[in-house]
Design a protein around this ligand. Structure first.
Ligand code: ADP
Ligand code: MG
Length: 399
């Protein structure tokens, strides 16, 4: 179902309650912003609204203060960064509801931005509390959700608030929905999915949903170990989920029935321990030494995946191919990222927090058609689940 966006409504001069995902990472132990991509991501919507003289009431959560005020999680550093990016002062109030906030919202001039305090200083936010949502809603005439990264949370500023105001998507949210849903619902085929990460149990939803949609499925990462174990291979001390062996076989059986071509690794990198400097070598699947751990796909597999991925016209990717945090075990992940970055004439969509991080670290994010900033939300989207932050927005064809 297509959703209305900020482009579909009249915002001129209106008071807009804008929910963003300004939950930036800090340099550990400080309030120095380590990466401001999430702030950058809301700039197009902010500028769009400012141009139309909207009065913008901007809000977000930050970290996990657990319903109490936590000094180190105030929005102050974000306020400064917003001012730097906008090139003008904004108003920042150290509360998100109450009479002072109400007054500040009422006094907003056209095109001005008012930043509210961390929503999670109130436990009502995560409890999806109606009264709290109503108090937030009273600050605006319309509600714009540009927080795709929080869209999977049924929290007051995401879900309950939409009961009280007309709700539409911001421009970043629109882009996330468009890119993810076109790749999954209406892709140029063949559609390939590359799935990695640590565990099968974390990828069941995505594997089951994608099986119904893809033409080719590439499985790497730690979860491959459970598939191999299910096929009767000895996986040494690799992370195997014994209670998921049946599920792994079901997935392979379903794939065969659905005509989905599955590619599993042929050679794998194994290490004596999962630590950066551990002795490591490449072996054929089926020859994992006792006590050793699967840590990456091997070079032949990387080549095979590369060759077969090049035949796809759309590729979605979630989950690193190995323990990419350690450079020696990042080779397979790098190879897949480079293949996707080089795919000419194909659409490439990357989702998942760690996968996005890997692609960014490699400097290849701009070579993909879309790298979701959604983390957990992108994962749930790829699982085919309904996200509260999207479901509650007005439908495009509604009056
Ligand atoms: P995303 O956040 O993109 O959804 P995941 O969180 O599922 O991705 O997977 C990332 C994690 O998977 C990384 O921490 C990585 O170290 C781990 N991983 C990948 N391959 C292996 C492996 N062979 N053994 C153990 N962990 C692995
Ligand atoms: Mg992750």
């Amino acid at each position: 179902m297509k959703k209305k966006t900020v482009r579909d409504i009249d915002v001129t001069g209106k008071r807009v309650l804008l929910r963003a995902d300004l939950n930036v990472p800090f340099v550990p132990g400080t309030t120095t912003i380590a990466d401001d991509s999430r702030i950058q991501a809301v700039m197009p919507t902010l500028k769009y609204l400012k141009k139309r003289q909207a009065r913008i009431v901007l809000c977000s959560h930050l970290g996990r203060p657990g319903g109490k005020v936590a000094k180190e999680l105030r929005m102050t550093p974000i306020a400064f960064r917003l001012e730097a990016l906008l090139g003008e002062p904004i108003i920042y109030v150290r509360e998100c509801v109450g009479s002072l906030v109400r007054q500040a919202a009422e006094e907003l001039q056209e095109g001005q931005v008012l930043l509210l305090e961390n929503l999670r200083f109130h436990e009502e936010e995560e409890a999806n509390d109606s009264a709290f949502a109503q108090a937030l809603a009273s600050l605006g005439d319309v509600y714009v959700n540009d927080a795709f990264g929080a869209a999977h949370r049924a929290h007051a500023s995401i879900a309950a608030v939409t009961r009280y105001l007309p709700a539409v998507a911001g421009l970043q949210m629109e882009k996330e929905m468009r890119m993810l849903s076109s790749a999954l619902d209406n892709p140029a085929r063949p559609l390939g999915a590359v799935i990695g990460g640590a565990k099968v149990s974390e990828k069941i939803g995505i594997l089951e949903n994608l099986l119904q949609r893809v033409n080719r499925l590439f499985i790497g990462g730690g979860l491959a170990a459970t598939f191999f174990k299910a096929q009767g291979h000895d996986m040494g001390s690799s992370l195997v989920e014994p209670e998921r062996l049946g599920l792994a076989l079901d997935i392979l059986r379903n794939a065969a029935q659905l005509g989905v071509q599955v590619f599993l690794p042929q050679d794998v990198v194994v290490a004596e321990a999962v630590v950066p400097e551990a002795p490591a070598r490449t072996v054929e699947v089926g020859r994992v030494p006792g006590g050793w751990h699967l840590v990456d796909i091997g070079p032949r597999t990387a080549q095979l995946f590369g060759k077969e991925l090049r035949l796809c016209r759309t590729v979605v990717w979630n989950g690193p191919m190995g323990v990419f945090e350690f450079p020696r075990f990042a080779t397979g992940t790098k190879a897949v990222a480079e293949t996707l970055a080089d795919l000419n004439g194909a659409i490439t969509v990357v989702g998942g927090g760690s996968t996005a991080e890997a692609v960014e670290e490699l400097g290849l994010a701009h070579s993909m058609n879309h790298v979701s900033m959604g983390g957990g939300a992108s994962l749930e989207f790829m699982e085919g689940r309904e996200l509260p932050g999207i479901a509650n927005l007005l439908d495009k064809d509604a009056a």
